[in-house]
Design a protein around this ligand. Sequence first.
Ligand code: ADP
Ligand code: MG
Length: 397
Amino acid sequence: MAVTLDRSRLIERFQSEFGAKPQRVFFAPGRINLIGEHIDYLGGTVLPAAIDRGIVAFLRRRDDRMLRLRSVEQPNGVDINLDALPDRADALPESWSGYAIGMIRMYLRNVSSGFDVLFASNLPVGSGLSSSAALEVLTGYIAQALSIEDFAMNEKQRIQLALDAQSIENRYIGVQCGIMDQFAVAMGRKDHALHLNTETLDYRYIPFKSDRHTIVVMNSNRPRKLSESKYNERRAQCDEALSLIQRLRPQYENLVAVPEEDLNILSAEPILFRRARHAVTENLRVTEAIAALSAGHIERFGALLDESHRSLRDDYEVSCFELDSLQEISRAHPACIGSRMTGAGFGGCAIALLETVDPAVVLDFAETVGAAYRKATDFSADIFAVQLMDGVHEEVL
Ligand code: ADP
Ligand code: MG
């Protein structure tokens, strides 16, 4: 994974791969979730943001119906006719291509000709920064832009794109994710986070200017083992908790809407009680975090990140030794005002909020945390600052 995506080298790569120059270039960001973890499938509110790392796609239209997909990050590409796209991702020769081909199938009526595309990414793959959502949203955007010069999308179309990408991940790929990732990738805005109600899809942009604080991503580099089965298990436990509560309190439609005092209904089921307590308190933390940001109380915002991590670790049990180490080690640095795991957990990334933008302090943070993490675990972390950026868009070639 290259840290910067060197456009001229990628154009050369495109040319040697396909024998002609690309005509257009598109970019989709990855995302972090500031707070509101594991509640996007429970009707909760969340606070994700698109970041300045993501996937770039170089494109050239063809005169026939062939689709040729290549990725710098994957050894094998896929050549396939537009009229022969399978209805199941597992029928494809390369599993990575399912994210792209699912979206092309979705918008096939917009796709008037075949095309060649080269993807390249500076997002760690499978680490909780939503490279899958970036690949889906990017390809869906390209499929719709293909026949249109000066293509642009309004917010309504972007939301539809996010919903379509989620449905491809759910039904074509078979991962039961919520809407948060695709929404952030499609709808991100520079220097803003997205306050999203995952039940109603109401949203608003929350200013998060990075002229005083730095958001740092810390990739534990621990592979996310078991994450899919544990993810499905958590979803099932939350469904069970809600149906037990609804027997006595049918008025609650979502787990996150249950008042804390009514969680006592689950006292005979200690595991379900803790899962539900995470959902309810995390949703309250998001509301409080937004109030803290609006009031300029960044210290309180940071403390809520810490609380979120503790809840994910102790009540929801989706953290791991490496993420807990990163959280504790980062928190011990004097510039850090809060940190937590981000994404599904069981490995992947954590984020830290620093009270400064001083590059020397940010570098010291990365070095100190990196060294202590190497000592505490069997892994070496990648630690980098991120900026909050716009959602998927076309760039000038
Ligand atoms: P995350 O979304 O957290 O990064 P996922 O497991 O949901 O992790 O998605 C990762 C998968 O997305 C990869 O295994 C690969 O199939 C696909 N993918 C992501 N980035 C790329 C890329 N640059 N090129 C090709 N495939 C990619
Ligand atoms: Mg993903």
